[in-house]
Design a protein around this ligand. Structure first.
Ligand SMILES: Cc1cc2nc3c(=O)[nH]c(=O)nc-3n(C[C@H](O)[C@H](O)[C@H](O)COP(=O)(O)O)c2cc1C
Length: 334
């Protein structure tokens, strides 16, 4: 009887009824996420008095410096705001007696040190930076923060080695040759990545290969993390995940997990095939999201996960060191 009545109900009404049925779950679960994010992230919480939040502020700033130093055409006096903010945060960190052996703090010092050397070599005045840095720093640890010189040969040799070496030699690369990246080669990388596991093997991830230079420029006008190197990209890959394959409120974040896992496989596949790549975040407002969808023509059902730029390796280039935390510091055994 119930089935017969349901058959008579128009599709739009059925959808509306389902919406009402799930509304409580949708609101409470999204509210839970929003609450957790607002309370535990650094949006509203004081950053200066909390070692982890302050560490994050330091990492973000010193990464801008490391990145800038790795470009082949680094502009003298670059990163003015980032370096001053970094020094502010380092001073607060030290004043609060937080752990100065911390790798992020040490890497920040290493990056400022290289920033000073770079300007000193090029006889560019940065007096305030030197003065404040000398007051903070006694000595940073060797090979910690700043940039690293790499060669194409070294990357290629290691990209065919055992997994430990392979992984150790995958870097975010932001400097490429002008050589065109063949779509067939990208297709091969994407094909290798299709072996990525996904929730219930639903394989929701799609890869948009953007080869039109004007479209890449338009996309980069919205994405700010490509400043100083985006123009070097030969191809832009946009990773999306199709929401139509997900069901139930409990799967609300699953597209980002599946998309993130696929993206990592793709980075490894590109590395395996001897290409250079760098991830670009898609952490943007809904207005920017709508804008990018319109520019590229992204399906309404697809969530944008992130972007990856790709290019051929130069014979020699620099990368930010991007130091990693000690393994003991990221494991909990319970
Ligand atoms: C989700 C995500 C977003 C990223 N966004 C950017 C970005 O917008 N700009 C950029 O230059 N690098 C970006 N990166 C690259 C990171 O800076 C880089 O992975 C990190 O510093 C570690 O260095 P490595 O990849 O060389 O090991 C991103 C990486 C990830 C995983």
């Amino acid at each position: 009887m119930k089935q017969r009545i349901l058959k008579l109900v128009p599709l739009k009404i059925k959808t509306l009824l389902r919406f009402v049925k799930y509304l409580k779950g949708i609101i409470s679960n999204y509210f839970y996420d929003a609450f957790r994010y607002v309370i535990y992230s650094s949006i509203i919480m004081d950053k200066d008095s909390d070692e982890k939040r302050l560490e994050a502020m330091i990492i973000k700033r010193y990464h801008v410096i490391e990145k800038g130093l790795s470009f082949p055409d680094t502009r003298l006096g670059f990163g003015k705001i980032a370096i001053i903010e970094l020094l502010n945060f380092l001073e607060i960190y030290k004043k609060n007696n937080f752990n100065i052996e911390n790798l992020s703090y040490q890497s920040a010092l290493g990056s400022v040190d290289e920033y000073i050397n770079f300007h000193d070599t090029n006889r560019f005045e940065i007096e305030e930076v030197i003065k404040r840095y000398t007051n903070i720093n006694k000595k940073h640890k060797f090979n910690c923060g700043g940039t690293k010189e790499l060669t194409k040969d070294k990357i290629l040799n290691n990209s065919q080695a055992n997994f430990e070496q392979f992984s150790k030699y995958r870097f975010s690369i932001r400097d490429f040759t002008e050589e065109d990246v063949n779509i067939a080669l990208l297709t091969r990388a994407i094909n290798i990545s299709t072996k990525t596991p996904s929730a219930c093997n639903r394989q929701t991830v799609r890869v948009i290969i953007v080869k039109d230079k004007n479209l890449i420029i338009e996309a980069f006008n919205i994405q700010s993390g490509n400043r100083g190197f985006g123009h070097k990209a030969n191809k832009l890959l946009i990773i999306t995940s199709d929401l139509s394959y997900y069901n139930g409120i409990k799967e609300r974040s699953q597209s980002y997990v599946d998309g993130g896992m696929f993206a990592m496989s793709l980075l490894y596949s590109l590395h395996y095939l001897g290409l250079g790549a760098c991830t670009l975040n898609w952490a943007y407002s809904f207005k920017q999201d709508l804008k990018l969808r319109k520019i590229i023509g992204i399906e309404k059902t697809e969530n944008i996960i992130l972007m990856i730029i790709v290019g051929h390796l130069k014979n020699q280039f620099k990368v930010p060191i991007s130091s990693r935390k000690k393994v003991e510091d990221i494991i909990y055994i319970k």
